[in-house]
Each structure stands twice: as C-alpha cells, then as structure tokens.
Design a protein around this ligand. Structure first.
Ligand code: HEM
Length: 151
C-alpha cells in the first residue's frame, strides 16, 4: 500500500495539536523578572497603604510623619534606578524617557513636603486631599513609566 505523507501528517496534527507536542513552559516564564525598582516600589507600597488608611486620624499623625519620611527615603532611592520599560523604548528616545521618569519622580517627592506640613499642623483634611492628589499622580506615572503587563 502506498503511504501519503501529507494527509498522514495532517491527521497526526489533528490528533496531537502542535502546542501539545512542545515541552511545557514553566509558569514563572510568563511573569517578568522582578527588578530592584519593583522591589523598592513594593516596599513603598506598604508605607503608602498604611498612610492612606490612617490619614484622617489625628492621633496617628506622629506615625504618619514617619511613614511620609519612609516614602521619601524609598522614592529617593528609586531616583538612582531605571525603569524596566526604558529597555523597550527605541534607543534614540531612551535618555529622554529616563530623564522624564526622574523629573516626575522628583516632583512627586517634592509633593511630600506639603503633606508633611499638613500632618505637623494637624490638618488631617488637608493631608487627605494631598494624598488623593498624589494617588492620581501615581496612577498617571505608572501608566507612563511602568512596563505594560504581558498577556
Ligand atoms: C506612593 C508612591 C508610589 C507607590 C506606593 C508605588 C508603588 C508601586 C508598586 C507596588 C509597583 C510594583 C507593582 C506593580 O507593578 O504594580 C510599582 C512599580 C513601578 N513604579 Fe511605582 N509607586 C509609587 C510612585 C511612583 C512614581 C512617582 C513613579 C515614577 C515617576 C513610579 C514608577 C514606577 C515604575 C517605573 C514601576 C515599574 C518597576 C520597574 O520598571 O522595574 N512609581 N510602583
């Protein structure tokens, strides 16, 4: 009997789709590796979340001032690091992208001064308003400087 290679191959592919013949990919490969900046930001996030929770409570103002100081310190460290997304932008635009990241980060850090002043003067409503503004800014900055998540 004559064998016909093409129909045989098609039948085989139907039975065993190509993907199932490939070695399984380890799950961790789908996730981008954690950068130093990512780890630093995660740490800042702890202080930020706590600060948001207690901003209205005047009895926590001394602790809130410590959180603002921790945020300032963490974000200042982030100034020395480059966003992972910098590797994705065309080489010709990279320097400009990194400079814009630093400018935005410095502006964010500067906004911690009025927040500190609000807690110092027990102006908790003012502190909450500043935190809302910073939250919106953080969202915009992440949109611009963070690598979009892969599907
Ligand atoms: C209160 C202030 C901030 C907090 C709490 C914060 C928090 C975080 C967290 C939790 C992550 C990692 C997880 C994720 O991807 O969602 C992250 C990533 C990142 N954030 Fe922030 N962020 C803050 C402000 C900023 C600002 C002002 C900028 C830039 C001007 C910025 C730039 C980035 C970048 C570029 C990444 C990705 C890390 C990488 O490229 O390796 N963040 N941030």
């Amino acid at each position: 009997m004559k064998t016909r290679p093409l129909p045989c191959l098609l039948a085989l592919l139907l039975l065993f789709p190509a993907a199932s013949l490939l070695p399984a990919q380890p799950k961790t490969e789908a996730k981008a590796p954690e950068t130093e900046l990512h780890k630093l930001m995660e740490k800042n996030n702890g202080a930020w979340r706590k600060l948001r929770r207690q901003a209205a409570d005047a009895a926590s103002n001394a602790a809130s001032l410590e959180l603002v100081a921790a945020l300032r310190e963490g974000l200042t460290k982030a100034l020395a690091l480059n966003p992972a997304k910098a590797d994705d932008v065309p080489a010709a635009d990279r320097e400009k992208f990194i400079a814009a990241y630093r400018t935005r980060l410095k502006e964010f850090i500067a906004q911690l001064d009025p927040l500190e002043a609000a807690f110092k003067s027990n102006d908790n409503a003012g502190a909450q308003a500043l935190i809302a503004k910073l939250g919106a800014r953080q969202k915009d900055d992440h949109k611009e400087f963070r690598r979009p998540e892969k599907e």
